[in-house]
Design a protein around this ligand. Structure first.
Ligand code: NDP
Length: 485
């Protein structure tokens, strides 16, 4: 007799006779190991979680499309950007950074802004944040930085001393700290924030000519933020506020959209620009490199299953397509390794074969086997290269363009060490009300620091960005700006 489709089955497809009572030796006797349905049920339940992401653990996702609205084919040969009107399906995941998978959405934290474009030439992941810069500019500092954002090893509490100790000793963080502590540090929803690729990337056209670029997604919903007080209140009342907002907006047909722009810098400008254009703690002034429209992203479909789609989605800045290449940004270079590595650990070596990550383009390669290889594993096709059996071959026209390098192999810092001008430019761009809230947010956070030495070191950085900025923070903390600054 075949299984009735209403029959509850085991994972091996056999009908289950009793799902309410475990099998025991007599009605009061111990449970029998031969109740394999019970064993399987408990064992699978124990394995329901994959490790949460070390960063960006709490997130929400949605499907949508990207439509090209401006011809940028003279800058990039990327096929999905090749003509106006071309649409590419995509999946987006927004997230907070520091909190755990169940943590509150409406906290002061950067937001992850990760987009997977399912292009006809393979997947392209644009894995950015809602801020144009980052706290550090060399990946070697990332594990230490994140330790300061996570919990203390003894108390298991957040640790403001560690946060401000690290920042005050890493002045390159000042620009991002200023953005984080400004109004935009708590977006009202995921729909009301911009997105940035943050790093510099290279676009390459069909002639092999390159330009450096930076990506900007501008929200069509407008920028809206939560004050510290409102964010804190919502965090208590509805920790999943942003997750719920995104889901419900899409469910009722109010599809959020963003315009994608790029800034374009000729390759040779990288040697002479007043900031190092590969330093992710800096922006390129839009007065020097204005925004050029590329297209429009619309999110119009909710995931059907959170775990299958949002939790198992694996983004990596190294998931690139022809026409888009990395820059030597030291932070990006580290991420090219770390993101894919995180997914191999979290989801497995075959994570790119899962439905949410599987490219729409056909995959032909010589990778075989590995845990959870659930497709046909290449069947009987040739499994090594080079071969004389007609297997897939490299296409030299798709090689990454050459990038000339010079100097010695060494542990080298960026040459440019002005951490203050752009943080100060941002401070000076703010209205009086925005400055007041910025200072109040900083003072609220730094008040929790128990060591004056840390506070005084950080006040000097604010002062160097703008004397008024430093003085107001010092006053708020009941301290004076140190003489030596
Ligand atoms: P512009 O006047 O050309 O650009 C200013 C930018 O600042 C706009 O993109 C604006 O975004 C953004 N902005 C305004 N308020 C805030 C805020 N509270 N937090 C973050 N961004 C904000 O000047 P420049 O290009 O010369 O840059 C001046 C400063 O602006 C920089 O030092 C940097 O801190 C900041 N900035 C610059 C960006 C860039 O790409 N150049 C991007 C974002 C910030 P919007 O149009 O949405 O208001």
């Amino acid at each position: 007799m075949t299984t009735n489709k209403n029959n509850l089955t085991t994972s091996w497809g056999a009908p289950v006779g009793d799902n309410q009572n475990s099998m025991t030796a007599g009605s009061r006797g111990p449970t029998l190991i031969q109740d394999v349905h019970l064993l399987e049920k408990l064992a699978h339940f124990n394995r329901e979680r994959v490790p949460e992401r070390v960063v960006h653990a709490k997130g929400a996702g949605a499907h949508g499309y990207f439509e090209v609205t401006n011809d940028v084919s003279k800058y990039t040969k990327a096929e999905f950007l090749s003509e106006v009107g071309k649409r590419t399906p995509l999946f987006v995941r927004f997230s907070t950074v520091a909190g755990e998978n169940g943590s509150a959405d409406s906290v002061r934290d950067p937001r992850g802004f990760a987009v997977k474009f399912y292009t006809e030439e393979g997947n392209y992941d644009l894995v950015g944040n809602n801020t144009p810069v980052f706290f550090i500019r060399d990946a070697i500092k990332f594990p230490d930085f994140i330790h300061t954002q996570k919990r203390h090893p003894v108390t298991h509490l957040k640790n403001p001393n560690a946060v401000w100790d690290f920042w005050s000793l890493s002045p390159e963080s000042l620009h991002q700290v200023t953005i984080l502590m400004s109004d935009r540090g708590i977006p009202a929803t995921y729909r009301h924030m911009h997105g940035f690729g943050s790093h510099t990337f290279k676009w390459v056209n069909a002639e092999g000519e390159g330009v450096w670029i930076k990506y900007h997604f501008k929200t069509e919903q407008g920028i809206k933020n939560l004050t510290e007080e409102v964010g804190t209140k919502i965090a208590g009342e509805n920790p999943d506020y942003h997750t719920q907002d995104l889901y419900e907006a899409i469910e009722k047909g109010d599809f959020p959209a963003w315009k994608l722009y790029v800034q374009i810098m000729p390759l040779e400008d990288a040697d002479t620009y007043r900031f190092d254009p590969f330093d992710v703690t800096k922006v390129w002034s839009q007065k020097d490199y204005p925004l050029i429209e590329v297209g429009r992203m619309v999110l119009n479909r909710n995931p059907e299953n959170y775990f299958a789609e949002v939790e198992q989605a694996t983004f990596s800045p190294g998931t690139l397509v022809p026409g888009i290449e990395p820059s030597p940004d030291k932070m990006l270079q580290g991420r090219l390794f770390a993101y894919a590595d995180a997914h191999r650990y979290r989801v497995g070596a075959n994570h790119n074969s899962l439905p949410i990550n599987r490219p729409k383009a056909e995959v032909h390669n010589y990778q075989r086997d590995g845990q959870m290889r659930f497709d046909s594993n290449g069947g009987g096709s040739v499994y090594y290269e080079p071969n004389s059996l007609g297997g897939p071959q490299e296409s030299p026209e798709n090689k990454t363009t050459a990038y000339p390098v010079s100097g010695s192999a060494d542990s080298t810092a960026y040459d440019h060490n002005d951490h203050y001008t752009q943080a100060g430019d941002l401070y000076r761009l703010l209205s009086e009300e925005e400055r007041t809230r910025l200072v109040s947010n900083i003072v609220g956070s730094m008040k929790q620091v128990t060591k004056d030495e840390i506070k005084l070191r950080q006040i000097q950085h604010f002062y160097k960005a703008d004397p008024e900025y430093g003085t107001r923070v010092a006053e708020g903390l009941g301290l004076s700006v140190p003489q030596e600054v």
